[in-house]
Design a protein around this ligand. Structure first.
Ligand SMILES: [Zn+2]
Length: 589
């Protein structure tokens, strides 16, 4: 299941992943790759701005923070965006307390645990990613003689329980990390409230030990307006440790810098999230705490489902057409059918169908990168989508037709007859799904594509379009578009047949792209399609002597079938189609 980086570069993977989240929550996320920590920052936008987009910056520490894989870091930071970590309101709330940095660091550990629990909910590979990261960070965690709450929480979160299990309040912190799982956006605060008395108890013990910290009142710490206290040495270290792992900006620094003062106010005014009243009490008794924790779980479940739903509908992101593709209407003409061919094929298919008992072969299944990424970020159990595929029998074929000017007249007519004949041959064979497309480009680089989804559309297989102006041979888009169609079609065994009569060529802004560059684009498009099906055949209507080497180098000899004229193309496509069906019959009937 290793990702093929030749097809999807790291940058593309990061952008794509980010794009799905942007789409799901209507946000703009700027990705930066700077030194320092991984962090996620919310940018307030002014009210009168037309767009309601939320704007964030996510930095992925470059070079990576030791123990944190960059993609895992991205998923984690996106988790904060997706599951609405209320950093700003919490900072405001905790900022009033004299231990605000320390408290915020504790909140942050809980918050990280919360978002990762959501991200891991359905998807085992996520869980593994975060587990590995936690374990790696756990190994970095140095042994300490005295424990403070932050250290204890981190040790538990990073699977180093044995280091702290003798701590007096260990059991409460362990419960806290369970309580915070799958809660709503205020779950971190809810749980913080629930362990506040233990935190305070431990801080006072800890500071007595180190002799730095002064005792402080345990009443309404959250609302306290006193100045920041001196922290014990290892509290400071712990805070650094947290910000290393999770680079939300240190409050102290922000407070010190006066230039942030006005900006901070702006953030508070414009960030919509406000803390629910039930969490703003001066103090909480055990029953109230039990209640707010329960509410967190209930609302967390709702929120998770809501976000799942949005993520699923955001799945269309990668299925959106590239911006230079336009679906166009074409002139319609009557088609003919070679009934002799179609009835022979039909008899054969019915025989194959009778002979083969249901059986599906999963060997050699190649993972679909786009879908993999989609499932990854949506948190869908990828095994589940394999399960669905197992049930989906049958097979799919796409016939992709070059609609450039040179295909005019006889060539396009025979291509049309071919598609009509194949449809005819499949009457009563519902296991096989056949679709097609015709494509050509204009001088601006737009590609006009018409889909053929049934026999009824076959009349649209012509080179003339209603808008006109489409003449070139953007083979790369023919390939990619067909791949997109095939991906949505049924079955595991899929076949792409591409019929073209000329060398690929493509324009941008009235300039013909140099073939040395454009060929690379075409190769990459083929690579993408090969991820969807290894069965790709090119029928080149040209003389092998003239163009043989060119196409062999471009698409690989084994995928290319030369035909001198379209009548031969017809026969050969029929033959290949028949071979494909016979060879794979046991898989799709
Ligand atoms: Zn985080």
């Amino acid at each position: 299941m290793a990702r093929n980086t030749k097809i999807l570069s790291d940058k593309e993977l990061f952008e794509k992943t980010k794009g799905i989240v942007e789409h799901a929550i209507n946000a703009k996320i700027n990705l930066t790759f700077k030194r320092g920590g991984n962090f996620c920052q919310y940018h307030p936008t002014s009210e009168n701005k037309k767009s309601h987009e939320k704007v964030y910056t996510i930095n992925i520490a470059t070079p990576a923070v030791k123990g944190i894989n960059k993609y895992t870091a991205l998923l984690h930071e996106l988790g904060h965006v997706l599951y609405k970590s209320p950093f700003t309101p919490i900072k405001k709330l905790l900022g009033k307390s004299k231990n605000h940095s320390f408290y915020f660091s504790i909140f942050n550990v809980l918050e990280d645990h919360r978002i990762e629990s959501h991200l891991s909910e359905n998807y085992i590979a996520y869980r593994k990613r975060f587990e590995n990261t936690c374990n790696a960070l756990g190994r970095e965690l140095e042994d300490q003689i005295t424990f403070d709450p932050l250290y204890i929480l981190l040790a538990i979160r990073f699977n180093q329980e044995e280091k702290v299990k003798n701590a007096k309040n260990f059991i409460h912190y362990k419960k806290a990390l369970d309580d915070v799982k799958n809660t709503d956006e205020f779950g971190g605060l809810r749980v913080f409230i629930s362990i506040k008395k233990y935190i305070e108890e431990d801080i006072s013990l800890d500071s007595t030990d180190t002799g730095i910290h002064s005792k402080h009142s345990d009443n309404s710490e959250l609302k306290d307006n006193s100045t920041p206290t001196v922290r014990s040495k290892h509290q400071t270290e712990m805070i650094e440790n947290v910000s290393k792992q999770e680079g939300t900006k240190k409050i102290d620094q922000q407070k010190k810098a006066k230039k942030y003062a006005s900006k901070e106010l702006e953030i508070l005014n414009s960030e919509k999230i406000s803390i629910p009243d039930e969490l703003l009490q001066e103090s909480f008794d055990d029953i109230e705490i039990k209640k707010i924790l329960e509410n967190g779980k209930i609302q967390g479940k709702q929120q998770f489902e809501e976000i799942q739903e949005r993520m699923l509908s955001a799945g269309t992101v990668s299925e959106n057409l590239p911006s230079n593709v336009t679906k166009i209407e074409r002139n319609e003409t009557e088609y003919t059918i070679d009934y002799k061919v179609s009835s022979n094929l039909n008899k054969l298919f019915k025989k194959l169908k009778m002979k083969n008992k249901p059986y599906v072969d999963y060997q050699g299944y190649e993972i679909d990168i786009e879908e993999y990424v989609n499932n990854l970020i949506r948190g869908i159990n990828i095994n589940k989508s394999f399960e669905d595929r197992k049930k989906s029998q049958g097979s799919s074929i796409v016939i992709s037709i070059d609609g450039s000017t040179s295909m005019n007249n006889e060539r396009i007519k025979i291509a049309q007859k071919l598609v009509a004949t194949i449809y005819e041959s499949l009457k009563g064979i519902s296991e096989i799904e056949v679709k097609g497309n015709i494509w050509a480009g204009n001088e601006m680089g737009d590609v006009g594509i018409t889909e053929i989804n049934s026999m009824n559309d076959v009349k649209k297989i012509t080179t003339g379009s209603l808008e006109g102006g489409y003449f070139s041979t953007p083979t790369h888009m023919g390939l990619e578009y067909s791949g997109r169609m095939l991906k949505k079609m049924k079955g595991e065994k899929k076949l792409l047949i591409l019929i073209t009569d000329g060398c690929p060529n493509h324009y941008k802004n009235k300039t013909n792209l140099q073939s040395v560059h454009y060929n690379k684009v075409c190769k990459k498009s083929l690579e993408k399609v090969l991820q969807i099906t290894p069965n790709v055949l090119f029928f080149i209507v040209a003389n092998e002597e003239y163009s043989g080497d060119y196409f062999n180098k471009l698409f690989g000899q084994k995928r290319i079938i030369y035909v001198n004229n379209m009548n031969k193309a017809f026969d050969k496509v029929v033959k290949q189609f028949k071979n494909f069906m016979q060879y794979n019959a046991m898989n799709f009937f």
